[in-house]
Design a binder for this molecule. Structure first.
Ligand code: GYE
Length: 326
């Protein structure tokens, strides 16, 4: 009887230790997301929520900063107080991160900057996972130069959110190509905040001022392009393949590429939102004390509408579109 009791006690202790070990193994991650402004963002958020799961050994605390830098800083400070094992930030804006990153470093919490970048010195954070926004802008510019083949362009640009690295990078990349084309004129640049409503509003005001004077519209994401298309439809302006206006977009999300497949968007430069697995693998390496990269660039490609062949973009087909993961 005594022996049985001892075995039972040992068993209970082992179970207790075991469950203690499991609890200890769970990696807590505070994730400060930009917001919910676009289809791209929704795909990115879903990717994190379906990757950083309990089955994969994580507990994810998700904060939607609603495109507000101050809210995002507050979220990171809360994660520090909560002693998260890791903090992942998709920064609303590029500037203004030095102080809070210093605080996380002081607390010994590794910070991974994802999707967009920050202007803070890389010594202030652990690693970065991103796409190359400058290359995305250059892809759009190169495609346009090839497509226009020396003919004039009067361009309207609907930029993304002010101060976001996605906006700054795409603008810089596009301008790198535009500067070599004396026959191109950028008539105006306004922010549509990466939203459909923003894209529509900016396009409506562009139409009021520049109707009949433009032949290229560049939207820095798909949602802005949806809004711009609505505004052009309402004004009777044709766009896309065979239209009066060449429409360029970024993101290449599911719906954005459908418009490209249908010839409404001429060229759509991909930005890959599926970054969570790369971030998870990085965390596992850090956790295991293995070497890891200071920066991981998630590759993208550009697509153009059927009927267009390009050295800079893949001509979209029904098969390619149907096989896309997002
Ligand atoms: O292009 C846009 C989103 O940071 C790459 O943010 C991301 C951008 C993306 O709102 O749709």
């Amino acid at each position: 009887m005594k022996k049985m009791l001892a075995v039972l006690v040992a068993l209970i202790m082992a179970l207790g230790l075991c469950s203690f070990a499991v609890a200890e193994d769970v990696i807590t991650v505070g994730f400060a997301q930009v917001g919910h402004e676009s289809d791209w963002r929704a795909a990115n958020t879903n990717d994190y929520q379906s990757t950083f799961t309990a089955e994969n050994g994580f507990e994810l605390s998700f904060v939607d900063a609603d495109n507000d830098h101050a809210v995002q800083l507050e979220a990171v400070r809360t994660f520090i107080q909560q002693e998260m094992d890791y903090i992942v930030v998709c920064p609303v804006q590029e500037a203004g991160w030095e102080t809070v990153l210093g605080e996380a470093q002081e607390a010994g919490i590794p910070v991974i900057i994802a999707d967009r970048s920050v202007s803070a010195d890389p010594s202030l954070y652990t690693s970065q996972v991103c796409t190359n926004m400058v290359l995305e802008g250059e892809a759009a510019g190169n495609w346009l130069a090839e497509n226009l083949a020396g003919t004039e362009a009067n361009i309207l640009v609907i930029e993304g959110s002010v101060g976001a690295s996605a906006t700054l990078g795409r603008t810089e990349g596009f301008n790198n190509i535009a500067k070599d084309h004396a026959e191109w004129k950028v008539l105006d640049v306004q922010s549509g905040d990466f939203t459909q409503a923003g894209g529509q509003e900016v396009m409506e005001s562009f139409i009021k001022t520049y109707n009949g004077q433009f032949n290229v519209v560049v939207c820095q994401n798909d949602n802005e392009a949806y809004g711009a298309m609505d505004a052009m439809d309402a004004a009777g302006i044709t766009y896309g393949v065979g239209g009066d206006v060449i429409l360029i977009s970024y993101d290449a999300t599911h719906d954005g590429l459908k418009y490209t497949l249908d010839g409404k968007i001429n060229c759509n430069v991909e930005c890959n939102p599926m970054q969570a697995t790369t971030v998870m693998e990085l965390i596992k390496k850090i956790q295991a004390g293995e070497a890891y990269d200071a920066m991981t660039v998630v590759p993208d490609q550009a697509f153009c509408a059927p009927g267009i062949t390009s050295a800079y973009a893949t001509t979209l087909t029904e098969e390619i579109w149907a096989a896309r993961p997002y």
